[in-house]
Write a protein that binds this ligand. Sequence first.
Ligand code: ADP
Length: 248
Amino acid sequence: DVRHGPILYLEGLNVSFDGFKAIDELTLYVDAGELRCVIGPNGAGKTTMMDIITGKTRPDSGTAFFGQKIDLLKLSEPEIAEVGIGRKFQKPTVFEHHSVFENLELAMAADKRVFPTLFARLSGAQRERIDEVLQTIGLTEQVHREAGALSHGQKQWLEIGMLLMQDPHLLLVDEPVAGMTHQEMERTAKLLTSLAGRHSVVVVEHDMDFVRSIAKRVTVLHQGSVLAEGSMDEVQNDPRVIEVYLGE
Ligand code: ADP
C-alpha cells in the first residue's frame, strides 16, 4: 500500500534544456498523506519537477519512485495517471456546457475500469462517490448548474473534484489560487487541507500568504535544486531564501 511511508522519492534528478540546467541534483521526498508546498522564484524548476513526476519530461539522470516499488521513469504519462497521480494545471479545463454533476461523471468515466458506466446507470457506490466529492469541493448546491456559469473559483474546485473522482494517491496542483478573491483563497486552503491524509498533495504556489495558510512543510527550489525546506517560518527566515527572493 503506497499510503504507508513516503509516497514520492525524487533523488539526484538532472534535466538540461540545450545545455541549460533546469533541474540540478534535485532530491525531494514527500510523505504519504502530506500536504507539501513548493515555492521558488520564476525559473526555479517547479514546473519541470512536476513534469518529471507526471512523465511529461524525462530527466537526464536520477531516480523518481512512487511508493517503494513504482519507478516513474519507466512509465508513460497515461500509466502514471493510472497508478494514481493526478495533476491540476493552473487554468481550469472543465466541460463548460455540461452540468457540475456531468463533469464529475465524465471524470469518473475517464477511469478505464468504470468507463462502460457512462452509457449505463450509475451504481449506488458511484453516485455516493459523486456526492462525497461534491461535499468536499463545496459545490453540492451547484450540482445542476452548467460548469460554464460557475465563478472562477468554483471552476477550480470542480476541476479538483474531477481529479478526486479517480481517487488519486498523489495530487499535484499548479498555482491553485491565481486570480482568486481572498474569500476563494480561504476556501481553497480549507479544501486542500482537507484532502491531506487520504491523499498526498503537492502544491506549487507563488502567493506566500496562501502558502502560509496551508503548509506544514515548505520546499524552496532555486536553480533546479532544493535551497531550503521546513516550516514557513523556518524557510522565510533562512538568509539564503531571503537573498534569492530579494534578488528577484
Ligand atoms: P518554474 O516553474 O519554477 O518557473 P520551470 O521549470 O518552468 O521553472 O523552468 C526552469 C528553467 O528551465 C527556466 O529557466 C526555463 O526557461 C527552462 N525551461 C523550462 N522548460 C524548457 C524547455 N522546454 N526548453 C528550454 N528551456 C526550458
